[in-house]
Write a protein that binds this ligand. Sequence first.
Ligand code: URA
Length: 226
Amino acid sequence: MGNIESELYKLIDNTQDYIQYGMISDRKLPEMMLKKEVPDSLEKIAGEVAQCSRCRLCEKRKNVVPGIGVLNPDVLVVGEGPGGDEDIQGLPFVGRAGQYLDKWLDAIGLSRHTNCFIGNVVKCRPPMNRDPQPDEIASCLPYLERQIAIIKPKFILTVGRISSAVLAGQEAGIGRLRGRTYSFRGIPLIPTYHPSAVLRDPSLRKPVWDDLRRLKAELEEIKNVH
Ligand code: URA
């Protein structure tokens, strides 16, 4: 039976089902009418984020900041949320703290251009750079979870109290959280201080350097195994 003919029979069959039962079984729908699942992608997520109004942070944003970097990165760096410079440019960690973060990464052979992905717990700037609120984090976190499932980082580096507590699943300050390796969806996670905090308090440089060295060592270990 020709293709058109068989599709026609299905259509007649469907029409009879619809008249008799008020519904059509998916099994009988012509191939072309079945809804195809579009695979998730970073572009799809970025598109959804651009339209997002799940929380109040959408009201004052200039741009969304979905994140940037490479697929299958050695490290995914997760910050708290965009600041003023990031809000203007739509890119994460591009202000003073971001430039300092780039130096940290460079010191251990990492870069957002070659082997890292950089993102945030919330994708829109909290007004006056206040902390993102728990409901804002809860609304935005599914985007980061989907991004992580796609990019598949070998390691996660959380910078600052908020991203560290959220992804490590621990309610504690960063001073107590750091120094250990946690796991997020099976991916090893190292928390450290936020670069802005270290710019304000140089005594935090030493613990950050300890965390970065440990990250490098654990990353090498993973790469040697695989
Ligand atoms: N601070 C963050 O936590 N994220 C950014 O993107 C910029 C500053």
